[in-house]
Write a protein that binds this ligand. Structure first.
Ligand SMILES: [Zn+2]
Length: 371
């Protein structure tokens, strides 16, 4: 990271990672490694911005020079073994608190926290709680879900919805009636599907999450190819955001790319809307400065949160953190050089996005307050 007031702060700052997933305990080999790097999208893994970012930011933590060839990186990784690689890469990411989406698999939060040297806290995925419900009659679905969610979210700091994957962000914003939920539960069960994809039930679980009073994280923008990208544009959320505003819970838009500019405007005009700058930063690698700059065009600085979107590979947590430190420092210090903000402003904004905002958004949680 080049010198400058924001870069100086970001070099030392222990970051709050406000959205990440579980680590894979073992990486079976180069094929699995490369699949994990590209979200399973069958893209070539290494000749991509994220592939370059792994060689740039992770090689030094394994005692190799930056941009070491991929084959040498993988050989060194295999020689050190998964446990040593994980401790080195997670340690180098310097994260103080991880908010972990526990919606996939059975994440080992204790192991993740130990590897990172950080506190962990849980974000409960709303759709999963419905998918794991014991089969009950349609008439009892709603109350059974509310009870199960209360248990699942007992220690959670936020809830998360993947309605963008299951339906689209152009959903009807209204809270469904009891009769609508009963009918929909019967249809969903009769269809024999395990994935929650019924639009009425997706709305129901979202409103049940809002009723908990916890911040709501919403996936928007790009992901793996299960997603209908055109229906993941956060601008489609305007009716829902208006409907949720009186509830008083923060709504955090995750990922958002390539619609991060739309999301920045939403964060500017809706007091309860926030924008996460994760995923994009790691995936776009050397272009992260440009993308972060666009996030900062309209969104108020206290509406932005950092995350790594780390998932399975420890490399992705380190790439997210290191690329963020480097690129946000570059953007803010560029503004300082241009006379657009003071040294103190640049350092304050860097601390806000790197952790202060997330601590405020998720402040109800004891885990957040004590990290
Ligand atoms: Zn994610």
């Amino acid at each position: 990271v080049p010198a400058g007031p924001a870069a100086d702060v970001l070099r030392e700052l222990a970051l709050v990672d406000a959205h990440c997933h579980a680590l894979l305990p073992r990486v079976a080999g180069p094929d699995e490694f490369e699949r994990c790097l590209t979200e399973g999208n069958r893209a070539p893994a290494w000749d991509t911005p994220v592939g370059l970012a792994v060689r740039r930011w992770c090689a030094p933590a394994l005692d190799l020079p930056p941009l070491t060839p991929a084959a040498d990186y993988l050989a060194r990784r295999a020689a050190l073994g998964d446990d040593e690689v994980t401790v080195r890469l997670m340690g180098a990411a310097r994260l103080s608190l991880l908010l972990v989406d526990t919606g996939i698999g059975r994440p080992d939060l204790t192991g993740l926290g130990r590897a990172a040297g950080a506190t962990t806290a849980e974000v409960v995925r709303l759709e999963r709680v419905a998918e794991e419900l014991e089969v009950v009659g349609a008439a009892r679905f709603a109350s059974a879900y509310v009870d199960a969610l209360a248990v699942a979210a007992r220690d959670a700091v936020a809830v998360k919805s993947v309605v963008a994957y299951r339906y689209g962000l152009d959903l009807d914003p209204a809270r469904p009636t009891a009769a609508e939920v009963r009918e929909a539960a019967g249809e969903w069960r009769a269809g024999g599907r395990s994935r929650l994809d019924h639009p009425v039930l997706l709305r129901f679980v979202l409103w049940a999450g809002v009723d908990l009073g916890l911040p709501v994280q919403l996936h928007a923008g790009f992901g793996d190819r299960d997603l209908a990208l055109g229906r993941a544009d956060p601008a489609l959320l305007q009716p829902l955001l208006s409907a949720l505003e009186p509830a008083g819970v923060p709504v955090v838009l995750l990922h958002c790319y390539p619609y991060h500019r739309q999301a920045g405007w939403l964060a500017a005009v809706y007091p309860h809307v926030y924008l996460d700058v994760g995923l994009t930063v790691g995936q776009v690698g050397g272009r992260a400065g440009a993308v972060l700059g666009e996030c900062l065009e309209l969104a108020p600085f206290d509406k932005l949160q950092f995350s790594t979107d780390g998932y399975r590979l420890p490399e992705l947590y380190l790439v997210g953190a290191a690329q963020f430190r480097h690129s946000l420092g570059g953007v803010l210090d560029g503004w300082v050089a241009d006379g657009a903000l003071s040294d103190e402003d640049a350092q304050r904004v860097a601390r806000m996005i790197g952790g202060d905002n997330a601590r405020r958004i998720y402040a109800r949680s004891a885990a957040v307050n004590h990290s």
